[in-house]
Design a protein around this ligand. Structure first.
Ligand SMILES: NC(=O)c1ccc[n+]([C@@H]2O[C@H](COP(=O)([O-])OP(=O)(O)OC[C@H]3O[C@@H](n4cnc5c(N)ncnc54)[C@H](OP(=O)(O)O)[C@@H]3O)[C@@H](O)[C@H]2O)c1
Length: 269
């Protein structure tokens, strides 16, 4: 059992899926946890789920906010810091994906995707970085494998998740002087409520690429992440095959493209 006693963790996107599994793992390890998201019913259910079956957890609270609104994030997070304290761990996990052919993706969808997946990460970091730097800590921004491979059907999503990695690498460099670590979590496909919805809308080519890879559980992703909290690892990529894919993409990008093209052509025939 990993222990996080005396740590405070903030998790935007902690009411469902990967964020919820991370919240439960940190809480079970003794951390005080605050989860943030929009829907209050889901926040209440998530809070009960996090406490369920845990005897020696820390404290758990929730707050409603929309990560895409800087004003909202600033107001809610500053109130939370006053009440709960500056976090030692910030996991920016709120996000969404609506796959589709590029020509079917509206400007409004692009705008929303960027505002939630990228601006959301920026907003929480902008409010908390100045506070966290006085005591050190760890900011973990959730990207995706689609943050280092542009996958068919994910044009807006990939743009937002590539942005998360570039932002995090630059912020990591600035955080070093203060002992504040910054990492990125890049999960492969994970069995969450969002993934279920995503599957209903995937173009067949995207589905075929996705089915060629393993599906992870949110608990496996949370486990891999929690082992790296406090470490200097920048890219946290859970699972052997996703890690291998990352290295292949760097060392032999043509090979990764060739494999994906073959899968895609198989569907388009
Ligand atoms: N599942 C996968 O296969 C997969 C793979 C790679 C990366 N990821 C990334 O992992 C993260 C979590 O995904 P998931 O699959 O666990 O999704 P999920 O089950 O739908 O959970 C998403 C969480 O984000 C919150 N959220 C969404 N929009 C928000 C907003 N505007 N403001 C505040 N909170 C918001 C949701 O709550 P409300 O809707 O109530 O606000 C929920 O708590 C995302 O960043 C996703 O891109 C997922």
């Amino acid at each position: 059992m990993m222990r996080f006693n005396d740590k405070t963790a903030y998790i935007p996107g902690g009411s469902s899926g990967i964020g919820l599994a991370i919240a439960k793992k940190l809480y079970s390890g003794g951390a005080d946890v605050v989860i943030f998201s929009r829907n209050e019913d889901r926040l209440v259910k998530a809070t009960n789920h996090i406490k369920d079956g845990v005897d020696e957890g820390g404290k758990i609270e929730y707050r409603q906010l929309d990560v895409s609104s800087f004003e909202d994030v600033k107001k809610v997070m500053e109130e939370t810091v006053t009440k709960v304290g500056v976090p030692d761990i910030l996991v920016n996990c709120a996000g969404r994906s609506y796959p589709g052919y590029f020509e079917d993706i509206s400007y409004e969808q692009l705008d929303e995707t960027m505002k939630i997946n990228f601006y959301g990460v920026w907003n929480a970091s902008a409010v908390l970085f100045p506070k966290m730097k006085s005591k050190g800590g760890h900011i973990i921004n959730v990207s995706s494998m689609a943050g280092f491979i542009g996958v068919f059907g994910f044009t807006d999503y990939a743009a937002s998740k590539f942005a998360v990695i570039g932002f995090s690498e630059a912020l990591r460099s600035e955080g070093k002087k203060f002992g504040l670590k910054v990492s990125v979590l890049c999960p492969a496909d994970t069995d969450t409520p969002a993934f279920e919805i995503e599957n209903k809308n995937k173009p067949p080519e995207t589905k075929a690429v996705s089915e060629a890879a393993n599906l992870f559980t949110p608990e496996e992703i949370a486990d891999a992440l929690c082992k790296k909290i406090g470490s200097n690892t920048f890219l946290i990529i859970p699972g052997f095959m996703p890690k291998l894919t990352y290295h292949l993409k760097r060392l032999a990008p043509g090979l990764v493209e060739f494999i994906m093209d073959r899968i895609i052509r198989g569907v388009q025939k």
